[in-house]
Design a protein around this ligand. Structure first.
Ligand SMILES: Cc1cc2nc3c(=O)[nH]c(=O)nc-3n(C[C@H](O)[C@H](O)[C@H](O)COP(=O)(O)OP(=O)(O)OC[C@H]3O[C@@H](n4cnc5c(N)ncnc54)[C@H](O)[C@@H]3O)c2cc1C
Length: 80
């Protein structure tokens, strides 16, 4: 079988998970698939980031909640 190349655009959680599971599936089933992930920024994780302050770490992100076809985007910060 010819080798297939898959390009995953974006290194947020969606792209990272997609690339990870594609590679895992390819390895386990010995499929000739080559996965490449392209990220525009200088760090992976997309909207998810962890800011370390002293002994604490602050996880930052956005939440999209959908109800009755209406989506409200809420900024959220949480201290673990
Ligand atoms: C503490 C916390 C709690 C959360 N709780 C919830 C929850 O309860 N429910 C929920 O639904 N969500 C929740 N979220 C939100 C969830 O984390 C986001 O929905 C998710 O991270 C989005 O990931 P994504 O990969 O789809 O997009 P993004 O994180 O936006 O990643 C997209 C990536 O693609 C890159 N990119 C864009 N365009 C290009 C291009 N042309 N070329 C290359 N790269 C490109 C960007 O630079 C970025 O890195 C939470 C997040 C946090 C941090």
């Amino acid at each position: 079988m010819d080798e297939k190349k898959v390009i995953v655009v974006g290194g947020g959680i969606t792209g990272l998970a997609t690339a990870y599971y594609l590679q895992k599936e390819a390895r386990e089933k010995q499929l000739p698939i080559k996965v490449k992930l392209i990220e525009a920024s200088d760090r992976l994780g997309g909207v998810i980031s962890t800011e370390k302050r002293d002994a604490l770490s602050l996880k930052e992100g956005r939440i999209l909640s959908c109800e009755k076809n209406e989506c409200d985007e809420i900024d959220r910060r949480s201290w673990p």
